[in-house]
Design a protein around this ligand. Structure first.
Ligand code: HEC
Length: 153
Protein backbone atom coordinates (compact mmCIF):
# COMPACT_ATOMS: atom_id res chain seq x y z
CA UNK A 1 0.00 0.00 0.00
CA UNK A 2 2.75 2.37 1.03
CA UNK A 3 4.56 1.38 -2.13
CA UNK A 4 1.57 2.33 -4.30
CA UNK A 5 1.20 5.69 -2.59
CA UNK A 6 4.85 6.46 -3.27
CA UNK A 7 4.54 5.51 -6.92
CA UNK A 8 1.48 7.69 -7.16
CA UNK A 9 3.31 10.63 -5.55
CA UNK A 10 6.24 10.21 -7.87
CA UNK A 11 3.93 10.21 -10.88
CA UNK A 12 2.18 13.33 -9.62
CA UNK A 13 5.51 15.10 -9.10
CA UNK A 14 6.65 14.12 -12.59
CA UNK A 15 3.42 15.49 -14.04
CA UNK A 16 4.00 18.82 -12.27
CA UNK A 17 7.57 18.99 -13.53
CA UNK A 18 6.52 18.16 -17.07
CA UNK A 19 3.81 20.84 -17.15
CA UNK A 20 4.81 23.74 -19.39
CA UNK A 21 5.94 26.94 -17.67
CA UNK A 22 2.99 29.30 -17.20
CA UNK A 23 2.71 30.61 -20.73
CA UNK A 24 2.49 34.31 -21.46
CA UNK A 25 -0.62 35.40 -23.26
CA UNK A 26 0.49 36.54 -26.75
CA UNK A 27 -2.29 39.13 -26.98
CA UNK A 28 -1.12 40.74 -23.75
CA UNK A 29 2.49 40.67 -24.91
CA UNK A 30 1.54 42.53 -28.09
CA UNK A 31 -0.58 45.04 -26.16
CA UNK A 32 2.26 45.67 -23.72
CA UNK A 33 4.76 46.20 -26.52
CA UNK A 34 2.41 48.67 -28.21
CA UNK A 35 2.15 50.57 -24.92
CA UNK A 36 5.93 50.66 -24.59
CA UNK A 37 6.40 51.83 -28.16
CA UNK A 38 3.77 54.54 -27.66
CA UNK A 39 5.62 55.66 -24.54
CA UNK A 40 8.79 55.90 -26.62
CA UNK A 41 6.92 57.83 -29.30
CA UNK A 42 5.54 60.24 -26.68
CA UNK A 43 9.01 60.77 -25.20
CA UNK A 44 10.45 61.43 -28.67
CA UNK A 45 7.71 63.95 -29.38
CA UNK A 46 8.14 65.64 -26.00
CA UNK A 47 11.86 65.88 -26.59
CA UNK A 48 11.65 67.28 -30.12
CA UNK A 49 8.97 69.78 -29.01
CA UNK A 50 11.34 71.01 -26.32
CA UNK A 51 14.19 71.26 -28.79
CA UNK A 52 11.98 73.47 -30.96
CA UNK A 53 10.88 75.74 -28.13
CA UNK A 54 12.77 78.78 -26.98
CA UNK A 55 14.16 78.36 -24.43
CA UNK A 56 13.92 74.57 -24.16
CA UNK A 57 13.40 73.10 -20.69
CA UNK A 58 16.58 71.18 -19.93
CA UNK A 59 14.80 69.45 -17.06
CA UNK A 60 12.16 68.04 -19.41
CA UNK A 61 14.77 67.13 -21.99
CA UNK A 62 16.69 65.12 -19.39
CA UNK A 63 13.44 63.41 -18.36
CA UNK A 64 12.43 62.47 -21.91
CA UNK A 65 15.93 61.31 -22.76
CA UNK A 66 15.99 59.27 -19.54
CA UNK A 67 12.67 57.65 -20.46
CA UNK A 68 14.03 56.73 -23.90
CA UNK A 69 17.25 55.42 -22.37
CA UNK A 70 15.23 53.28 -19.93
CA UNK A 71 13.17 51.66 -22.72
CA UNK A 72 15.75 51.62 -25.53
CA UNK A 73 17.76 48.59 -24.34
CA UNK A 74 14.59 46.46 -24.00
CA UNK A 75 13.02 46.72 -27.45
CA UNK A 76 14.60 43.42 -28.53
CA UNK A 77 12.85 41.65 -25.61
CA UNK A 78 9.34 42.63 -26.66
CA UNK A 79 9.08 40.12 -29.51
CA UNK A 80 8.91 36.59 -28.07
CA UNK A 81 8.05 33.72 -30.40
CA UNK A 82 4.31 33.40 -30.89
CA UNK A 83 3.63 37.15 -31.19
CA UNK A 84 4.15 37.57 -34.94
CA UNK A 85 1.92 38.04 -37.97
CA UNK A 86 1.34 34.31 -38.31
CA UNK A 87 0.15 33.96 -34.71
CA UNK A 88 -3.31 35.46 -34.93
CA UNK A 89 -2.47 38.60 -32.95
CA UNK A 90 -3.02 42.22 -33.98
CA UNK A 91 0.51 43.19 -34.86
CA UNK A 92 2.30 45.31 -37.44
CA UNK A 93 5.54 43.46 -36.84
CA UNK A 94 6.83 41.75 -39.98
CA UNK A 95 7.73 38.07 -39.95
CA UNK A 96 11.34 39.19 -40.54
CA UNK A 97 11.64 39.99 -36.83
CA UNK A 98 11.72 36.24 -36.21
CA UNK A 99 13.22 35.16 -39.54
CA UNK A 100 16.22 37.52 -39.41
CA UNK A 101 16.85 37.74 -35.68
CA UNK A 102 20.47 38.87 -36.14
CA UNK A 103 19.43 41.87 -38.24
CA UNK A 104 16.61 42.70 -35.84
CA UNK A 105 18.99 42.49 -32.89
CA UNK A 106 21.44 44.79 -34.68
CA UNK A 107 18.71 47.43 -35.14
CA UNK A 108 17.61 47.03 -31.51
CA UNK A 109 21.20 47.45 -30.32
CA UNK A 110 21.64 50.53 -32.51
CA UNK A 111 18.61 52.04 -30.81
CA UNK A 112 19.95 51.25 -27.33
CA UNK A 113 23.31 52.85 -28.18
CA UNK A 114 21.61 55.94 -29.58
CA UNK A 115 19.22 56.43 -26.62
CA UNK A 116 22.10 56.01 -24.19
CA UNK A 117 24.12 58.61 -26.06
CA UNK A 118 21.10 60.92 -26.07
CA UNK A 119 20.70 60.61 -22.29
CA UNK A 120 24.36 61.47 -21.80
CA UNK A 121 24.15 64.48 -24.12
CA UNK A 122 20.99 65.64 -22.34
CA UNK A 123 22.80 65.57 -19.00
CA UNK A 124 25.74 67.45 -20.53
CA UNK A 125 23.24 70.12 -21.58
CA UNK A 126 24.44 71.38 -24.98
CA UNK A 127 21.42 71.91 -27.23
CA UNK A 128 23.23 71.27 -30.57
CA UNK A 129 24.71 68.02 -29.24
CA UNK A 130 21.29 66.95 -27.92
CA UNK A 131 19.73 67.76 -31.28
CA UNK A 132 22.32 65.64 -33.12
CA UNK A 133 21.80 62.79 -30.64
CA UNK A 134 18.02 63.00 -31.10
CA UNK A 135 18.41 62.80 -34.88
CA UNK A 136 20.47 59.65 -34.40
CA UNK A 137 17.72 58.13 -32.24
CA UNK A 138 15.13 59.05 -34.88
CA UNK A 139 17.20 57.27 -37.53
CA UNK A 140 17.47 54.18 -35.32
CA UNK A 141 13.65 54.09 -34.93
CA UNK A 142 13.18 54.57 -38.66
CA UNK A 143 15.76 52.01 -39.77
CA UNK A 144 14.04 49.29 -37.81
CA UNK A 145 10.54 50.36 -38.84
CA UNK A 146 11.51 50.31 -42.51
CA UNK A 147 12.83 46.77 -42.21
CA UNK A 148 10.52 45.21 -39.64
CA UNK A 149 7.25 47.09 -39.28
CA UNK A 150 4.25 47.05 -41.63
CA UNK A 151 2.87 50.49 -42.39
CA UNK A 152 -0.28 51.43 -40.44
CA UNK A 153 -3.47 50.46 -42.22
C1 HEC B 1 14.47 47.06 -33.44
C2 HEC B 1 13.29 47.52 -34.10
C3 HEC B 1 12.57 48.77 -33.68
C4 HEC B 1 13.10 49.92 -33.18
C5 HEC B 1 14.57 50.26 -32.96
C6 HEC B 1 12.00 50.81 -32.94
N1 HEC B 1 10.83 50.21 -33.27
FE1 HEC B 1 8.98 51.02 -33.11
N2 HEC B 1 8.16 49.29 -33.76
C7 HEC B 1 8.87 48.20 -34.19
C8 HEC B 1 7.95 47.18 -34.63
C9 HEC B 1 8.32 45.81 -35.20
C10 HEC B 1 6.67 47.69 -34.41
C11 HEC B 1 5.33 46.99 -34.66
C12 HEC B 1 4.94 46.31 -33.34
C13 HEC B 1 3.62 45.59 -33.40
O1 HEC B 1 2.68 46.07 -34.08
O2 HEC B 1 3.48 44.57 -32.73
C14 HEC B 1 6.85 49.04 -33.87
C15 HEC B 1 5.80 49.88 -33.52
C16 HEC B 1 5.95 51.16 -33.05
C17 HEC B 1 4.86 52.05 -32.71
C18 HEC B 1 3.35 51.74 -32.86
C19 HEC B 1 2.84 51.14 -31.59
C20 HEC B 1 1.35 50.81 -31.70
O3 HEC B 1 0.62 51.17 -30.79
O4 HEC B 1 0.97 50.15 -32.68
C21 HEC B 1 5.41 53.24 -32.31
C22 HEC B 1 4.67 54.49 -31.84
C23 HEC B 1 6.85 53.08 -32.36
N3 HEC B 1 7.13 51.80 -32.81
C24 HEC B 1 7.73 54.03 -32.00
C25 HEC B 1 9.11 53.85 -32.00
C26 HEC B 1 10.05 54.88 -31.64
C27 HEC B 1 9.70 56.30 -31.23
C28 HEC B 1 11.29 54.33 -31.76
C29 HEC B 1 12.61 54.96 -31.48
C30 HEC B 1 12.76 55.75 -30.28
C31 HEC B 1 11.11 52.96 -32.20
N4 HEC B 1 9.77 52.71 -32.35
C32 HEC B 1 12.14 52.08 -32.43
C33 HEC B 1 10.22 48.04 -34.22
C34 HEC B 1 11.13 48.96 -33.74
Amino acid sequence: MKQIALVFLAAAAAAVLAAPAPSVNPIQVVQARHRQFRAMGAAMKGLTDQLKSNPPSMIKIVQYAGALDALGPHVGEWFPLGTGPEDNVATHAKAGVWKNPALFRRDAQALAASTHNLAQMAKAGSAPAIRAAAVRVGHACQTCHTAFREPED
